[in-house]
Design a protein. Sequence first.
Length: 221
Amino acid sequence: MSTNKVYGDAPNRLELVENDTRWEFADVTWQQGIPESFSIDQSKHSLFGASKLAADVLVQEYGRYFNMPTCCLRGGCLTGPSHSGVELHGFLSYLIKCNLEGQLYTVFGYKAKQVRDNIHSWDVANFIARFIQAPRIAEVYNLGGGRENSISMMEAFRLIESISGKQMNYQYSDKAREGDHIVYYSDLRKMQAHYPDWRITKDLNSIFQEIHDGWVDRHRP
Ligand SMILES: NC(=O)c1ccc[n+]([C@@H]2O[C@H](COP(=O)([O-])OP(=O)(O)OC[C@H]3O[C@@H](n4cnc5c(N)ncnc54)[C@H](O)[C@@H]3O)[C@@H](O)[C@H]2O)c1
């Protein structure tokens, strides 16, 4: 399990356009998202990202050097009803928890228009099962919800408000997190070409609903 942090903050160098509720890639080249061929070099990764990248390259090397079946899955936002999100990790899970509890949520920069793709743990596990059934050597895939399951912070507030009926209580901080992506969503075309029977089965509405219900269940005395 690798991460989109292997690309460091290089995606932030892409030209963006500002829409009403989200930032979007200006160049059609990236319209389907960030592909596996994107540069992993000469950008700021965070120490976490750099250590994941070191492991990612080692895993690939075992594949190429020893002809072993290996796979690096560069995750976007992986989530689900049992995710225990906290402020700096697990954004949707934490955002939905704050909404339910009426807790103050802090948006860090980018006008609350930063975009992430979200994938349900069921679809992650399903892909892993398919790879195990038909493994390949030294593969790398960007594993996320893709463009269809991408959402901005502002859009996420609206969606959870419509599900829970509760207003989001948030404040805005001008300071973005160090090296944080402005827009990131995964280009899923490579994995879909290699595994045509795999697809995203849980859309954003069902992911939100399940996380919401997961927190409600956990809060029950
Ligand atoms: N959640 C995300 O958005 C996301 C994004 C990109 C990459 N990833 C990667 O996916 C992987 C799983 O992330 P997650 O969010 O599901 O994390 P998580 O904390 O929910 O799950 C990690 C699991 O690993 C187990 N674990 C920890 N140390 C272990 C050890 N020494 N031996 C065996 N098991 C151990 C924990 O018990 C836990 O079940 C991580 O490698 C993470 O970097 C996650």
